[in-house]
Design a binder for this molecule. Structure first.
Ligand code: FES
Ligand code: FES
Length: 155
């Protein structure tokens, strides 16, 4: 077992983890933040996307011990002062979800896309950058619209 310390959504957290524990298992099973979902568990669907030191990472493809000393952000940390962030509000406004299972991962990826590409990101760039996130409801059109609108609002 390994003792690790990380910052989770701004708060210091310590945990004892087995060497093979994935980061998503730590987040969901040990730290009880279940907004991060497991779809494929094989790094294909993006439902488990979190931020590691501000960068979107699939948490099923990272070991918990690798999070030692890092800054981890999950969907639970996206709200600002108890209100949805502008990005989350854009997803709601544009109905960028159907069943919602993929949505936390989409939002975490979307934040990274806006970070990397800024206010003028175009649809083709958004679609390419979302390649690692699978929505089984095929709701990409509104997801792209929501991300474009949230990006424009940052200008
Ligand atoms: S659960 Fe991690 S990519 Fe699908
Ligand atoms: S909204 Fe259902 S999987 Fe994306």
């Amino acid at each position: 077992m390994h003792d690790i310390t990380l910052t989770l959504n701004g708060a210091a957290v310590t945990a004892r983890v087995a060497p093979g524990t994935t980061l998503v298992a730590l987040i969901r099973d040990q730290l009880a933040l279940t907004g991060t979902h497991i779809g494929c568990d094989t790094a294909q669907c993006g439902a488990c996307m979190v931020h590691v030191d501000g960068v979107p990472v699939k948490s099923c493809a990272m070991l918990a011990v690798q999070a030692d000393g890092r800054r981890i952000g999950t969907i639970e940390g996206m709200a600002e002062d108890g209100r949805m962030s502008a990005l989350q509000a854009a997803f709601r406004e544009h109905h960028a979800l159907q069943c919602g299972f993929c949505t936390p991962g989409m939002v975490m990826s979307a934040a990274g896309i806006i970070d990397r590409h800024g206010a003028n990101v175009d649809d083709a760039t958004i679609r390419r950058a979302l390649e690692g996130n699978i929505c089984r409801c095929t709701g990409y059109h509104n997801i792209v619209k929501a991300i474009r609108s949230a990006a424009a609002a940052t200008a």
